[in-house]
Design a binder for this molecule. Structure first.
Ligand SMILES: [Fe+2]
Length: 159
C-alpha cells in the first residue's frame, strides 16, 4: 500500500467511525424516534368529535362545570387525553398546565418513572373582573417527550 492509498483509507475510516459514534450518541439520547413536525407547532384535535388515535392520547381533556359563580372555587380536571397517555422512561408526559384565558394559572411537572398518571386536578377561582363578558376559556397544555406540545380548551360561563 502506498502512502497516498494509506492516507485515503485512514481518512475514510476515521470519518466512518465519527459518523457511527454520532449516530450511537443520538440513539442513546433519543432512544425512540420522534416525529419532529409535532414539535414545530401547538397541536390540537382537528375535529373534537372525531379524534384520531394520536389526538385521543394527547389532546388534553378538560372537565369543568359549564357555569360557575365568580369568586367561588371550583374543580377543573385535566386529563391527557381521552385514552390516558402511557407514562414510562422512554415515553411520558412532561407537564400539564392550565391557563384561565391568556393568564397562566398553574402547572404540574411529571418525571419519566411512571409513578403518576397524567391527570391533574386544579382548584380554580375566577374573580368577576377576570370575566367581564361573563365567560372565560380554560386552556390546558401538555408536552409529550415524543409527540410534542398539545392544547385543549373549554368555555366556562361566569355568573
Ligand atoms: Fe406521546
Amino acid at each position: 500500500m502506498d502512502r497516498r492509498s494509506f492516507l485515503k483509507h485512514a481518512a475514510l475510516g476515521a470519518a466512518a467511525v465519527g459518523i457511527a459514534r454520532t449516530a450511537t450518541a443520538a440513539e442513546m439520547y433519543f432512544p425512540v424516534k420522534a416525529d419532529q413536525s409535532l414539535f414545530a407547532t401547538i397541536n390540537r384535535a382537528k375535529d373534537p368529535a372525531k379524534r384520531n388515535p394520536l389526538e385521543q392520547k394527547h389532546a388534553p381533556v378538560i372537565k369543568a362545570p359549564a357555569s360557575v359563580k365568580a369568586g367561588e372555587p371550583f374543580i377543573v380536571e385535566v386529563t391527557v387525553g381521552e385514552v390516558v397517555h402511557p407514562m414510562g422512561p422512554t415515553h411520558w408526559i412532561q407537564f400539564v398546565e392550565l391557563n384561565v384565558g391568556n393568564e397562566p394559572a398553574g402547572k404540574a411537572d411529571f418525571q419519566p418513572r411512571g409513578f403518576l398518571n397524567p391527570k391533574v386536578t386544579f382548584t380554580v377561582v375566577i374573580p368577576k373582573e377576570a370575566a367581564p363578558a361573563g365567560k372565560v376559556t380554560l386552556v390546558a397544555h401538555q408536552r409529550c417527550n415524543l409527540h410534542g406540545y398539545w392544547e385543549g380548551s373549554a368555555d366556562v360561563t361566569v355568573i
